[in-house]
Structures are given as structure tokens and as C-alpha cells.
Design a protein around this ligand. Sequence first.
Ligand SMILES: Cc1ncc(COP(=O)(O)O)c(C=O)c1O
Length: 431
Amino acid sequence: MSPVDTASNSELAGAPTPFITTELPGPLARSAIARDALVTSPSMGRVYPLVPARAAGCVIEDVDGNRFLDMNAGIAVTSTGHCHPEVVHAIHEQSSKLLHYCASDWYLPVYAESCERLVSSTPSGMGAAQVFLGNSGTEAVEGAIKLARYATKRHNVIAFFGAFHGRTLGSLSLTASKSKYRGGFGPMAAGTYHAPYGDAAFIEEVLFEHLCDPLDVAAIIAEPIQGEGGYSVPPPDFWPALRRICDEHGILLIADEVQSGIGRTGKMWAIEHEVGISPDIIVAGKGIASGMPLSAVIAREALMVWGPGKHGSTFGGNPVSCAAAIATLDVVERELLENATMIGARLLRGLDELASLNSRIKEVRGRGLMIGIEFADHDTAARIEQDCFRRGLLVLTCGKSAVRLAPPLVISADQADTALRILADSIDAVA
Ligand SMILES: Cc1ncc(COP(=O)(O)O)c(C=O)c1O
């Protein structure tokens, strides 16, 4: 028997949404939150009191039966929509056969198949590539930095202000979106430098001139579109300049596609919007397995010079996550790149119209379904985020004063229009 209750999945995915029947949070949500507060780490800064019980497509139903339209995708993770039947089916099939056998020590065909699929999806300029699978974005960033240091025999890494690369100590040293992420944790990894995002000249004119010999630099790491930093699209000359600098000095170029990859911008990798530019390493995570934990370091084959034991992971490339990734790539490649492009353009058009009527919106930017709406100040963005929740629309702030839209890539035109309507009402109400 199929584990996927397709009827109830599609019923929920197509149910009229938003549909709010209780005060928020409702009684069951309040008791779940009180229970949670007793035993969970206070380091998790919950955004609003959402307690999901089940979800399908772009619809989340909370424990009290309220339905929310999800423009977050669990922070750019549920790429194929919540509980896509093909993904759930693949998870069930795999989990009934083999749950675990450490891929760092033995052979898993489903691991190799995931890597084949990722390799064949990379920009052709990368040439032959090989893949290491991990569990989370931060872990993949750590792997990429280790690989870059090992392959170049250099130790410095350049990242950008506004960047988010994770919260483990190596990736945290690269993260420079908010100082609170670093505060209290002592010295960051030595040899980490930062430049303003979008300003490649700073690397040559300031860093190389005053602080850091280019011959000591292993890698430059950047997000093709900054995520946590504000959904910022860099100027068109940024990536070509990074590529040139890297080529001139033997530095590796790492594209952190953890948030922007797997079809979110309408192309499999956001770096493909930078025509003719190929990175040496791509780091992926989040949407890669529709919600199952998986991440990837995809590197040019010539760089994969580290030998057995140099890097590994007990859980990384877990067979169930790999099966979910293969199904995710099937669905994204088959139908979601086009949908992300189409609905993304529709949202951008609607938001531009809204901005022309509403001076509280300072800028609308993005590609595909990675869209940022900039407001005058943080307080306005934060109040809109909270107000949208009360109206049944899930959005999230980013950067200093922006609201981001990163819905599942299955979002329909009607759902996009509903989101635009609620955003317009919310902006008016907050004004
Ligand atoms: C661009 C980017 N890199 C890395 C990470 C870290 O990923 P994870 O939270 O899975 O460790 C994130 C998470 O938001 C991210 O957006």
C-alpha cells in the first residue's frame, strides 16, 4: 500500500487558504509553546508562534486547524512543496529497505546516484565534478573550506559583509550578517577577511593592498544572491570580477548556493544567471531534499585531491535523504524551474505595482522565487512580518529592513495573488 495519502495531501494543498479560526496562537499552539519553552534551547529565536501540524504544497495547517499560506518554505527548504507525493513515496520506499549505513565507510548506490544527479546539474563550465554529501548547509561550508585549504595549501578565505554561511565555528567566521551571531563566542577562525558584497574592487584595492597577500588566499566564498543578508542581487560585474581575481591569483571561487540553489531562482543554480561564470566549488543544502537533511560540496574533479579519512560524516548522505534528493531533482527539473520563473515574475510585477502606490516600499528585488521587499526601517519590516502571520500569510524578514518571499516552488498564480493582496493589506494596516 502506498504510504502517501494523495487525496488528503491534494485536498490540503488546494484548501482555501488562509483560513484562521482561532485567535493566534490558538489553545493547542499555546500549550505546545509552553511545553517547548521548558526543555528546548533558548538560542532558537522563534519568529512568531506558528505550530505546524501538517502541510501540503504551500499550505500549512497548525495544531488548532488554522491554515496558513507559506511564503517561507521552512526557510527555502521545501522546494517541491510540503510533502510532495513523489518525495514522500521515495522516502517510504527507501526507509523500508535501508535506513543507514555510513557512506563514509561503505558503498551506497543511492548516494552515488544523488552525486551523479548533482554533477550533471552543475554549470557546464565546471567540467567534471565530484561530490561530498553532508547533513546541513554549515557542514557543507566547512567541507568546502577544508577542501579549498587542502587543495591550494593556502589558509585565508575572503567572504562578504551581509553573508550568512552557517553557525559552526568555521562557517561562523565567514558569516557577517549580524554581529549577534558571533558575540560571546570568542575569536573566529584566523585568516578570514571580509569585503562589501558587490564590491570586488575592495578585494584588490584594500585587502590585497593592506592586509592579505593574494598568494595566501585559498578561496573567495559568496552567495550568488545574499539570503539572510537581505535577498540582495549583486551588480552584474561582481561575479565576473571575482572570477578574474581568482584566476589571476590561483584562488578558488566558492558559490554558496545553500539558499539560492535547487531551482529557487528559476535556474538550478543561481550562479547560472551570471552568464559565462563557473565557480570551482558549489555548496548546496536546504531545498536539495525537500526537507530531509542533506547538503553537498560539489567541486571540480581536479580539486578533489584529499585522500581517505581527510573528510567524512556518520550520517552525511543518509540513504533516505539521498532518495528524497533524487525525487526532488526529478520534480524540480521536470516542472519547477519554469514555475519559479513564471510565478517569480508575477510576484515581482505585483510588488513593483504595489511599490509605485506605496512609499513605504523602498525597493523590490530578486530572481525567481527569491524576492526581497525593502522597507524604510527594521521596525516596519518586523511589524509586517507579524501582521501577515495574524492574517495567515507566512513571511520572514531578512537583512536590516526587508521582508523575504521564498515560497515552495510549486506555488500557483492564485496563491501568489493571494500573497500580494495580504501583503498590500498588511502594509496599509501597519502604516
Ligand atoms: C547561504 C547559506 N549558507 C549556509 C547556511 C547554513 O545552513 P544550515 O542552517 O543548514 O546549516 C544558510 C542557512 O540559512 C544559508 O542561507
